[in-house]
Design a protein around this ligand. Structure first.
Ligand code: FMN
Length: 191
């Protein structure tokens, strides 16, 4: 496939096959990701990859965070336990979760640079993944901003920013192409 084709054909993957992806393949995909532009060559992206039994600690931390925020009920009523179990079961069906984070620089401009570069890393990775037949869903979720969650997964909330959590696996269904607005509508040419 060529790059221009992949840029248009890539879709966010909402439903995954249960099959795991080889670690070597994921490392190759993230290697392509790492060719993203990076000011001062800081290569700020860091990845915590959860798979197999490792998913348990992430999913437990997510459920606890949702309980703290009120998005999921606490307590031991049957209804509360069922709603927590249903979210956990869904998250377990996703073969890999890649938490993408970086070290927050003190200077806000440097922070914008690092965040932008990490976003470029994510999109490069998504495009490379598509070439390997691998699907991703780029997510930004409330728990990423929960200080206790950040500490719970072994990061320092004052030092680390979680940029995204990527859900990864072989696509089970194709996502509808929503198309894009012709760029003519967004461009203002000044000459
Ligand atoms: C920063 C960012 C955060 C996103 N967060 C979510 C998310 O939490 N849940 C979700 O279903 N999709 C999320 N998406 C995916 C978008 O919904 C998706 O890109 C959009 O619908 C266009 O679909 P496509 O990627 O298949 O072209 C996110 C995308 C970006 C760039």
């Amino acid at each position: 496939m060529n790059l221009l084709h992949t840029i248009k054909e890539r879709r966010s993957t909402l439903s995954f096959k249960s099959e795991k992806i080889e670690l070597s393949t994921l490392k190759e995909i993230f290697t392509y990701g790492s060719y993203a532009p990076t000011h001062y060559m800081t290569e700020a992206w860091r990845i915590k990859l959860y798979q197999g039994d490792g998913k348990e600690q992430l999913i437990r931390a997510i459920i606890e965070s949702y309980q703290r925020s009120g998005m999921l009920p606490s307590g031991n009523s049957e209804k509360a336990m069922r709603s927590r179990a249903s979210i956990a079961d869904f998250l377990f069906t996703i073969p890999h979760h890649a938490l993408i984070y970086y070290e927050i620089p003190n200077d806000p401009i440097r922070n914008e640079e690092e965040y932008s570069s990490v976003a470029a890393f994510i999109q490069n990775s998504q495009l490379a993944a598509w070439e390997y037949g691998v699907g991703m869903l780029w997510t930004i979720t409330p728990y990423m901003h929960d200080e206790q969650f950040i500490e719970r997964i072994g990061l320092d909330h004052e030092k680390h920013k979680i940029a995204a959590v990527l859900q990864i696996g072989y696509p089970d269904k194709t996502t509808r192409d929503k198309g894009r607005t012709p760029v003519d509508q967004w461009i203002e040419v000044i000459e």
